[in-house]
Design a protein around this ligand. Structure first.
Ligand code: ZN
Length: 295
């Protein structure tokens, strides 16, 4: 059995298990200023499933194209399903989940879904993985969302809605999800935003983990008091994977996002990983490199 993972930019990946094709998120058609990933959603001619981590445009957009062209089943939250119904994806193609489900994807592959957390969009993070960010702890929703923050978020979402390829998505994340894909060769953890419930994630033991590195990470409902590197390290100590890939860390929407794939940006991440979980091997990949897993 051959298992291959391709990064398609932002937090989008394509996982191929022999002839089973599973997209993890679907945001491939990006702004013209973003580096091209080497394919477009309209070029996707094979897909069996799209697993959607949450409903923001930079994750969900493109699922409507892949779903319409290939008939792929789209697995995601109720909000993801609502957006896809608005895009005329047939109801029977939509598998709704909120965490707790265990779906069969083929004779030999299944996926378990877990509740997860979105990064803390009520506060800003850093685009320097080594920079420690403190504060904004223990706030209630009214304190997290003062009028100026709401206005700023609306500006961002309205400007995003005008971007080609970003039309499809929700102004709410719809509940972030994490997935454990189980194949005969090994298991793969996937989430698409920097957050986790540590007591859920801490019980999982994937062979491979795909960890999102962007924004201000959210651990158990509070912003991390630390850096993106420390979040990645925390995920490694919780999951204890043999191999780890990063996601969401490229310049997917410049100038608003910074390229965190460079050796310089990643050095503090690898240093933190080797300090806290030295058995985890990090794998740094470019777009569409077709990395073989479990070899
Ligand atoms: Zn999001």
């Amino acid at each position: 059995m051959t298992v291959t993972l391709d990064w398609l930019g932002c937090a989008t990946f394509r996982l191929t298990v022999d002839d089973l094709v599973i997209f993890l998120d679907a945001y491939i058609d990006r702004v013209p200023s973003a580096p091209p990933v080497g394919m477009t959603t309209s070029e996707v001619d094979r897909a069996d499933y799209v697993l959607v981590g949450h409903s923001h445009f930079d994750h969900l957009s493109g699922a409507e194209v892949i779903g319409a062209n290939t008939g792929a089943k789209i697995i995601g939250s109720n909000e993801t399903a609502r957006v896809m119904l608005d895009e005329s994806i047939p109801r029977e193609q939509l598998w709704r989940t909120q965490g707790g489900e265990h779906f069969r994807l083929s004779d030999s592959v299944t996926v378990r879904v877990y509740p997860s957390l979105h990064s803390c969009i009520w506060t800003t993070g850093s685009q320097d993985p080594g920079e420690v960010v403190l504060g904004q702890c223990c706030l209630t929703e009214d304190e997290r969302w003062p009028p100026e923050r709401v206005e700023r978020m609306n500006q961002i979402l309205n400007s995003a809605a005008a971007i080609p390829g970003s039309r499809v998505g929700s102004d709410v994340h719809g509940g972030a999800l994490a997935y454990m894909i189980e194949t005969p060769e090994g298991s793969i953890f996937y989430h698409d935003t920097s957050g986790c419930w540590s007591r859920i994630v801490g019980d999982l033991r994937p062979d491979v983990a795909v960890v999102a590195m962007a924004g201000r990470p959210n651990i158990d409902g509070e912003p991390i008091q630390g850096s993106l590197s420390q979040f990645v390290g925390r995920m490694a100590t919780l999951l204890k994977p043999r191999h780890m890939f990063l996601g969401h860390h490229d310049a997917w929407m410049p100038p608003n996002t910074r390229d965190m794939t460079t050796e310089e940006a990643l050095t503090p991440v690898w240093e933190e990983l080797s300090r806290v979980e030295p058995r985890t091997r990090h794998i740094n990949v470019g777009y569409l490199e077709g990395t073989k897993l479990f070899v």
